[in-house]
Design a protein around this ligand. Sequence first.
Ligand code: NAD
Length: 323
Amino acid sequence: MRPAAQDASDNKEKEPRRMTQDDVKQASVGVIGLGAMGFGMAATLAQAGFAVTGYDLDPAKASAAQEAGFAFAKEPEAALATATHIVFSLPTAQDVAGIVEAHANAIGRHAAGRVVVIDTSTSEPDVSRALAARLDTLGHGFLDAPVSGGPAGAANGQLTMMIGGDEGDLALARPVVEAMAAKILHVGPSGAGNVAKLVNNLLVAAHMLTTREALSLAAGAGVDPQSVLRVLNAATGRSALSEVHFPNWVMSGRFDSGFSMGLMRKDVRLAGEMADAFDVDLPLCNQVRTLWAESAERLSDRDDFTRMGDYQAAFPTARKEKA
Ligand code: NAD
């Protein structure tokens, strides 16, 4: 039998070392993309004590960054070269790959040791796997770490993060990840976080439509949709959409959740392409795909995605069927 002391030291080696406040002061985080999500993440990290340098194509973000307590870089290299951890929050997988490819040699140039890239963008599993392999050849790590929780979750460090990638890299990234997320789910190897996120958002897209139709039915049957929504949320028809999105952004008429139609259409399209690639038959979700794709005819990419829940605005397809 091995002595207890030996077991204890083994455990110590396996457990990732948690950062102390001193370590946080030594760590520096580059945040690429300061939009609805990335800005809140950068501000949250700065508030947690990390030295943060943000970069965005839009130079107008500089003054808000200063007010939120983090530096703004005029070029991506300035945010990538000194960082011990790098967070991406960009619209598409191609945006992330473009920056990594163009600036691969800058990543961690002035940092001692392995730098971990934490890509919180809703991205594509194959692109994440390719980027993880590419960065590994340079001695760095890459986690696909898409998030749920919206701009409010980003701004208060309460995101849910679903992670694909190497466990050792997650251990290195954990202090930064913990500052941003209240729920951290390691799903599996590289790409698995994006698979989970696309599956989640396909369901969000479906719930938006089914809840919208349910409220249309209530209105059509002469009962106040607000009253029926209260019932759904006390009964078994509820979802995050009925509990959060409909009361806050649809029924209120505000339509300002901070998540755009363009980004949600991207997620529905990617989930559909994933089903096609793996030959998975999704009869109901195919209709969801069609409805979200057709929405481009009347809702712009910049509209808020909660517009799709507007039960008072009939779908063009529904009108056609009636005619
Ligand atoms: P956004 O459009 O608000 O912000 C994107 C930012 O990236 C913009 O400020 C833009 O100027 C910047 N940008 C674009 N290309 C760039 C480049 N090459 N270099 C530097 N900056 C660049 O988008 P968002 O809502 O913050 O979403 C970011 C990512 O997070 C997306 O992948 C989205 O699908 C995902 N996401 C969004 C939400 C949400 O509620 N908004 C929730 C979960 C996940």
